[in-house]
Design a protein around this ligand. Structure first.
Ligand code: PLP
Length: 480
């Protein structure tokens, strides 16, 4: 291993980032709640993929289920009424946690953030003359909304990213092109799931001024940042709870402003969402609150765990979690940039901000050899796997940030899609081969609630093992 990477000292880290130690309860959390990580010698750096569940949350939920009797909330018996009460409680807890006024906001439970986004997309009253404006840094589940918009004749446009910062140009020129008499929708992520960039929340107010409804995708933001809906007032906020506190999977939420919700027109109805359906009169009447958007039987056994998970987040205080995670991220960014080959060439190309300004806890990068040739992201991932380090590699369902940071042009995409498609069958590996020597994906390390200094030091030591090695072209299968 190159000598410039042999030690990452805790004392040095602490002297540079004393805020890491400012919350004593967080220091003991790893041992109390996430002991399994160390027992299994695992370094987990994929919190944007999914948070890790604390032991006490799983235990509390299991104890709860083993104590109470819960029935389908669509019935009217004692066990179903108990479920209904718990769902009501979970809705109130979500509003309280995000400081949302219950008179202004509604809570709709969904299977995940994607489910919440699809609800908005399929129901938004796009029409010819409407404008859907999307920041290129959105997740695929946001981009997908454009297909609903296109189908209904709306105009679709993208706000590009500044190539260096992977953040945000002045939005006004991109949003001004709209007809205020039509329904217009603007969607952006509070935090990029690719680069960790945090897009300024003041965009919400500007978009409102210009007559847009706003989707704020908060899925990657809320695990380590406070979203305060008494300070900013987006119309639709999709969230997946497993990203916040790791458990349970399968429950997300759409927090929606009531006035925006009233504009939505559902394209179908399902069990639980209707007050009346007639087969003979061929009519139906939807429920008039969250129920109209929750199809079928809700995940009623899991919803009490959402209340418990939010209490857990409250107990540890997301602002303190944020400070601690950003201390680790700041150190990681600095040390990654100090990793240089013997000829002085840098090992890592980091995409987006190289310091902690305007970013959260995810870092996207590629590794290069001394001659500037890229190590395939698949190789970095494979070797991380072999070392018990969980990272993410590829495009992370965020093609826009990928295209901007990896400088892939629309012409290249079109040309390579054509070249890689035979008889209607698309070969993803042929597509990436066509893109040539450019990396077509990246590596992402994302930190969270249970991350500690040892994780970061082990990861840096792993990265340093690439110093003074030669990059080969041996790529594995592509998956983005
Ligand atoms: C910013 C962002 N939006 C949306 C999603 C989709 O979340 P889910 O897969 O839970 O639906 C993700 C998942 O990584 C995300 O990071």
């Amino acid at each position: 291993m190159n000598s410039n990477a042999s030690t990452f000292s805790f004392n040095d880290f602490l002297s540079r980032y004393p805020q890491y130690n400012s919350s004593p309860v967080l220091n003991t959390l790893r041992e109390q709640e996430y002991q399994r990580l160390d027992a299994r010698n695992q370094v987990y750096l994929d919190y944007t993929g999914g948070g890790l569940y604390p032991e006490s949350l799983v235990q509390e939920h299991a104890d709860f289920l083993l104590t109470y009797v819960l029935g389908n909330p669509h019935s009217q018996n004692p066990t179903s009424k108990a479920s209904t009460e718990l769902m009501k409680q979970a809705r109130a807890d979500v509003l309280r946690y995000f400081r949302a006024d219950p008179d202004e906001y509604e809570v709709i439970f969904t299977p995940n953030a994607s489910g919440a986004l699809k609800l908005v997309g399929e129901s938004y009253p796009f029409q010819p003359g409407s404008h859907l404006a999307l920041v290129a840094d959105n997740h695929n589940s946001v981009h997908g909304i454009r297909e609903f918009a296109r189908h209904r004749g709306a105009h679709i446009s993208y706000v590009p990213l500044e190539p260096q910062t992977l953040c945000c140009p002045d939005l006004r020129p991109y949003l001004e092109n709209r007809d205020e008499t039509k329904p217009n929708l603007f969607a952006f992520p509070a935090q990029s799931n690719f680069s960790g960039v945090q897009h300024p929340l003041r965009a919400i107010e500007l978009a409102h001024e210009l007559g847009y409804d706003v989707i704020l995708d908060a899925a990657a933001f809320v695990p380590t940042n406070r979203l305060d809906l008494s300070q900013v007032r987006p119309d639709f906020v999709p969230i997946s709870f497993y990203k916040m506190f790791g458990y349970p999977t399968g429950v997300g939420v759409l927090i929606a402003r009531k006035q925006a919700l009233r504009k939505l027109q559902r394209p179908w109805f399902g069990g639980g969402a209707v007050r009346l359906v007639s087969t003979k009169a061929d009519l139906y009447i939807l429920a008039n609150n969250h129920e109209a958007f929750e199809d079928g039987t809700p995940n009623y056994l899991s919803l009490p765990a959402i209340s418990m998970g939010l209490r857990y987040m409250e107990a540890y205080n997301v602002d303190r979690i944020h400070d601690r995670v950003m201390a680790l991220v700041g150190y990681l960014l600095e040390e990654m940039q100090k990793l240089v080959h013997s000829n002085g060439a840098p090992l890592a190309r980091i995409y987006g901000p190289t310091d902690t300004d305007s970013r959260g806890g995810a870092i996207a990068f590629n590794l290069m050899d001394a001659e500037g040739h890229f190590f395939p992201y698949q190789l970095v991932e494979k070797e991380a796997n072999d070392n018990g380090i969980s990272i993410r590699a590829g495009c992370f369902c965020n093609p826009g940030a990928g295209e901007f940071s990896l400088t892939i042009t629309a012409e290249e995409v079109r040309k390579c899609v054509k070249q890689a498609t035979t008889d209607g069958i698309f070969d993803v590996n042929a597509y990436h081969k066509c893109l040539g020597s450019k990396p077509s994906g990246a590596v992402r390390a994302s930190l969270g609630l249970a991350s500690n200094f040892e994780d970061v030091a082990r990861f840096l030591t792993f990265l340093a093992s690439f110093l003074d090695r030669e990059a080969t072209n041996a790529e594995g299968d592509h998956y983005c």
